[in-house]
Design a protein around this ligand. Structure first.
Ligand code: GDP
Ligand code: IMO
Ligand code: MG
Length: 431
């Protein structure tokens, strides 16, 4: 059996939820390794739509183990709400979920700082999801974070909370001139939630080690996308974790030798939510068309996603950073009715031709895409399950993408449902 990382190669929302759900059949354990409830992963199962934020997308399969690794920032309230939503809808959660005792908690003061610091930044704001993700990871790196395991020791939790709030309230009141938060209230609310979360707590690194030893198949589910990675993305317009392949190791405690393949999920065009450079963005009716046809509205915040043409150097860069072995290309059906499609093959930056994705954000901000045009296929691909049934121009578009990104497209998604898929090669099959 092989262990696989599935992650996004653009700015998120590539369709990871659908692809993870699809591949869960072939896996035993599904693991989230970074991010938090800033993620919104959509799954349509037997016509029913689920949006998951924190719990791995494998949860809809009743016989699979789902793990939230130490790299995830865990909002106790969001977790309990998601668990309740799933159980109300008949999904088995309680016997299938384990959460690392080393997950850092997102507490109400992280949300307050997220909101206030965005206001403070003005035009240089990141456009965060406002979920408190960045401030929780700041605390982790500053070594003042509160972890899930701390809730098992209420006196220790109270002490850490009071200490952190003394600092945070100073910031909220003096710098951001808003009101501070009350330690006693947060303590009471969090301890009430703790009773419902601690039963899931586990030494997940050990659980995963045992699974690997027993030759189980592991699927690591990335959140966000490579271009939002805090090290390799379009910094500072990124999220605060490593959404790239390295995060699957540090965020779970699994070693690199356990990983066999990395599958990149790539949208057949490009979208982005929030601020930051986006060279192929279409601020015209073509962008509007992609947004409407692709239903490009945030699964977490409902914000309209910015839309644009396929950016080949950006995806080639993501393939390189992650060691991607194969691509799942999604939403090809959204392009069906367009007479002409464009692909950026490089950029012009300050009068010079550049082939590779620039690492410095100010260069990307100045980048003008160099496009090549492709004829559309004016024929529905929606729901197609067989590669041979695709129109020739769609096959040519896919082949050109493969050539430009230097990685094969082995899975094609032609609709929201699990079954709307062309599987050219099984990512779990031995090769
Ligand atoms: P994720 O964050 O990467 O899991 O992606 P999101 O769920 O935020 O956004 C992807 C959206 O596209 C969701 O609404 C999916 O239901 C939808 N989707 C996924 N694959 C396809 C596809 O092949 N065609 C169409 N039309 N929609 C798709
Ligand atoms: P999934 O997993 C798209 C973006 C936000 C913002 C930046 C930082 O569904 O692909 P944060 O709240 O993380 O501090 O915001 O990152 N962002 C996402 N964009 N999909 C996501 O998740 C995202 N998670 C965060 O819009 O620009
Ligand atoms: Mg999403």
């Amino acid at each position: 059996m092989s262990n696989l990382i599935v992650l996004g190669t653009q700015w998120g929302d590539e369709g990871k939820g659908k692809i993870v759900d699809l591949l869960t059949d072939r896996a035993d354990v599904i693991v989230r390794y970074q991010g938090g409830h800033n993620a919104g992963h959509t799954i349509v199962s037997n016509g029913e739509k689920f949006i998951l934020h924190l719990i791995p997308s494998g949860i809809l399969h009743p016989d699979k183990l789902c793990v939230i690794g130490n790299g995830v920032a865990l909002d106790p309230q969001a977790l309990v709400e998601e668990r309740d939503m799933l159980t109300t809808r008949g999904v088995t959660v309680d016997k299938n979920l384990r959460i690392s005792d080393a997950c850092h908690l997102i507490l109400p003061y992280h949300r307050a700082i997220d909101k206030e610091s965005e206001k403070f930044r003005g035009t240089r704001r990141i456009g965060t999801t406002g979920r408190g993700i960045g401030p929780a990871y700041v605390d982790k790196m500053a070594r003042i974070g509160i972890r899930l395991g701390d809730l098992a020791n209420p006196a220790l939790f109270r002490e850490k909370l009071e200490q952190n709030l003394a600092e945070t309230n100073y910031l909220l009141e003096k710098l951001y001139t808003t009101h501070g938060l009350d330690a006693e209230t947060i303590y009471g609310q969090t301890m009430a939630l703790a009773d419902r979360i601690l039963p899931f707590m586990d030494d997940t690194a050990l659980t995963l080690h045992h699974a690997i030893r027993d030759k189980k198949t592991l699927l690591f589910e990335g959140a966000q996308g490579t271009l939002l990675d805090v090290d390799h993305g379009t910094y500072p317009f990124v999220t605060s974790s490593n959404s790239s392949a390295g995060g699957a190791l540090t965020g779970t405690g699994v070693g690199p030798t356990a990983i066999d393949r990395v599958l990149g999920v790539t949208k057949a065009y490009t979208t982005r939510v929030g601020s930051g450079p986006f060279p192929t963005e279409l601020i015209n009716e073509s962008g509007e068309y992609l947004r409407e046809k692709g239903q490009e509205f945030g699964a977490t915040t409902g914000r309209a996603r910015r839309c644009g043409w396929f950016d080949a150097p950006a995806v080639r860069y993501a393939c390189r950073i992650n060691g991607i072995s194969e691509i799942a290309l999604t939403k090809i059906d959204v392009l069906d009715a367009l007479p002409t499609l464009k692909i950026a093959t490089g950029y012009e930056i300050h009068g010079k031709k550049v082939e590779e994705f620039p690492r410095r954000v100010e260069l990307l901000e100045a980048a003008r895409p160099i496009y090549e045009s492709h004829p559309g296929w004016s024929q529905p691909t929606s729901g197609v399950r067989n590669y041979d049934a695709l129109p020739d121009n769609a096959k040519r578009y896919i082949a050109r993408i493969e050539e430009l990104i230097e990685v094969p497209v082995t899975v094609l998604s032609t609709g929201v449902g699990r079954e709307d898929t062309v599987l050219r090669q099984d990512p779990f099959a031995a090769r």
